[in-house]
Write a protein that binds this ligand. Structure first.
Ligand SMILES: [Zn+2]
Length: 197
């Protein structure tokens, strides 16, 4: 990321505009994940959930094209609040917005969900891209399947917490993990978290 000083510096417009528009969220991720880029460029193929863990990107992922409102002479980055607000408007109530020729921005209700989305959005995109190469019809997850997945989600379920531990350990900060007591999950989860201390 060191070679992207300018983009990192400019990120404040993306984050500020999304937080302004979405008081319901606590985390914004903006990244240039390579696997998501084709779907912001070849927009005839919609980036939608095709794998179980991709359900969290939501049933609809809009594509924001900076040139729609700001013309064909921008540097394709978000360089002011006008552009940030237009991006946030395109994101609307969705979890993710693709940014044509640039990357994506996402809005999440918790840090766990933000990290999960940052991991599974590119994975879902890779699976879809490879399926397109195989050809034929794409079997997207149905709205019912997406809803069933999201209904089953709990921030402190065994499944969620295992992934959280894995990502934290992989990032070298596993020793910083703390887990609030009495936040759902079942007794087995609880024992598990205590046995680690
Ligand atoms: Zn960027």
């Amino acid at each position: 990321m060191n070679d992207e000083r300018r983009a990192l510096y400019l990120e404040r417009f993306i984050h500020a505009a999304i937080y302004e528009a979405r008081p319901d969220i606590v985390s914004v991720v903006h990244a240039h994940a390579e696997d998501t880029l084709p779907f912001g460029i070849a927009t005839a193929t919609k980036l939608r959930p095709v794998i179980h863990s991709g359900s969290f990107i939501g049933p609809y992922v809009p594509v924001w094209d900076i040139s729609d409102k700001f013309g064909g002479d921008t540097n394709v980055l978000v360089t002011n609040m006008d552009q940030g607000r237009d991006l946030a408007k395109c994101l609307s109530r969705n979890a993710v917005v693709l940014m044509r020729g640039h990357g994506f921005a996402s809005a999440s209700r918790s840090l766990i969900e933000a990290v999960r989305l940052a991991v599974y959005l590119p994975r879902n995109a890779r699976a879809l891209l490879r399926a397109k190469i195989l050809g034929g019809n794409i079997a997207y997850l149905s709205q019912g399947e997406i809803d069933a997945r999201n209904r089953g989600y709990s921030p402190y379920s065994t499944e969620t917490w295992r992934a959280w531990e894995y990502w934290a350990n992989k990032a070298g900060v596993g020793d910083l993990l703390t887990r609030p007591d009495g936040e759902g999950g079942h007794p087995h989860d609880h024992e598990h978290s205590h046995s680690r201390q």
